[in-house]
Design a protein. Structure first.
Length: 389
């Protein structure tokens, strides 16, 4: 099958990292369209994937999750859909990998008479999106031929918003495990290079955003004077003010000597193995939680907020620990338990790693995806085409 993949951003967020792994086996005869230039395009080129960048005007780029959609943006959206439709004529179907890409793709699909697969990576509710975005998501869901979801939590929110249950398939994100397996555990040398000492080090990984809860982590560390903190990630979608807020919070809480903000890094496996614990701190329901699985693959005990996708990834007390989202005291309690029970923490980390290796392999994901694509787009009437999860 020749597939036209479409994504709105070229930043390396969770959905885009998932797209990299999805595209690679289908790269012969397929193509990726992005609506901006950036690291994702460079990674696709490195993997010898055909990629084209179509830059919309500023009105469309300036739409944020909670904002209204002005008429100028709608006009730009239609023009962009026409450009995608022109490209789609040379492909069997369109694979949309984000919300904005989904809306544009279903419009393009109608213009080009092509089916559309929409991979939904977001929990569609008012905590994350404004009314205009949710209305657009309803339309996208109604017009998509097939919908893929990255967790049961994502699917439940989709059902509540749209009522759609048919032709919806659960495909968890998958991971290339080699960087985690092959990375040497040179914890002491890494710490020294980063400026940390031998005290417990807790790492938080992911983009800097208010709902990701890095400020909760800082308040927790303020209550744990013998613990150091590492925050890896950068703001991506107009959230630079939050990054500045975190820098100020570090000073206000007196954490300058034991907390470091590293910004965006590509050496995640090495950095995770430098830490004693990996913490996930989102205060709103997480659609999936890639950093949780990465932490498990790195062989470190993982602590995650008990909401959304993390509940599907972690078995509490067995493969990781869960705590109440946004509760810095609850996070402190769980971190202290892990630090004070090193043997139990090691056993939990080992179980977590084994679980991650088995459940989130690329082979499993590719087989599942290939089954859906092959069966459904050969127009065969099988139970898989109408399967609900």
């Amino acid at each position: 099958m020749n597939i036209l993949f479409v994504d709105q951003t070229a930043k390396l967020s969770g959905g885009e990292l998932a797209l990299l792994d999805i595209v690679t086996p289908y790269k012969d005869g397929s193509k990726v369209i992005l609506f901006e230039d950036g690291p994702l395009r460079a990674e696709l080129v490195k993997r010898q994937v055909k990629v084209e960048t179509i830059i919309p005007n500023g009105a469309l780029n300036n739409i944020r999750r909670g904002s209204r959609i002005p008429m100028a943006s709608i006009t730009s959206l239609v023009r962009l859909a026409r450009s995608v439709a022109q490209e789609a004529k040379n492909f069997d179907f369109i694979f949309a990998n984000s919300q904005k890409a989904g809306l544009i793709s279903v419009l393009a699909g109608q213009l080009a008479s092509k089916p559309v697969v929409w991979y939904l990576h977001d929990i569609l509710n008012s905590e994350h999106f404004g009314k205009a975005q949710l209305l657009a998501a309803r339309y996208t869901a109604r017009k998509s031929t097939q919908i893929l979801v990255n967790s049961k939590s994502t699917k439940e929110a989709l059902q509540i918003l749209t009522g759609r249950n048919d032709n919806t398939h659960l495909i968890y994100n998958a991971f290339n495990t080699k960087p985690f397996v092959q990375t040497a555990n040179s914890q002491e040398n890494q710490r020294e290079a980063l400026g940390f000492d031998s005290r417990p080090l807790v790492g938080v990984f992911g983009r800097l955003s208010p709902w990701k809860g890095q400020d909760v982590f800082l308040r927790t560390l303020a209550m744990m004077p013998a613990v150091q903190g590492l925050i890896v990630g950068s703001p991506m979608f107009g959230e630079d003010a939050y990054a500045q807020h975190l820098e100020q919070e570090i000073k206000t809480l007196g954490l300058e000597n034991r907390v470091k903000l590293l910004g965006f890094r590509s050496d995640i496996p090495e950095l995770m193995k430098t830490c004693d614990i990996i913490a996930h701190t989102s205060i709103a329901p997480e659609p999936f939680g890639r950093v949780i699985v990465e932490g498990m693959l790195s062989g470190r005990p993982v602590v995650a907020s008990k909401s959304g996708g993390p509940n599907e990834i972690i078995e509490n007390g067995v493969t990781g620990m869960l705590y109440t989202p946004g509760d810095s005291q609850a996070l402190q309690s769980v971190l202290s338990e892990i630090i004070n029970e090193p043997e139990q923490a090691l056993l939990m980390a080992q179980r977590g790693r084994e679980t991650a290796l088995n459940r989130f392999s690329l082979d499993n994901m590719h087989k599942r995806l290939d089954d859906i694509i092959t069966v459904c787009f050969n127009q065969q009437k099988t139970t898989l085409c109408g399967e609900s999860v």
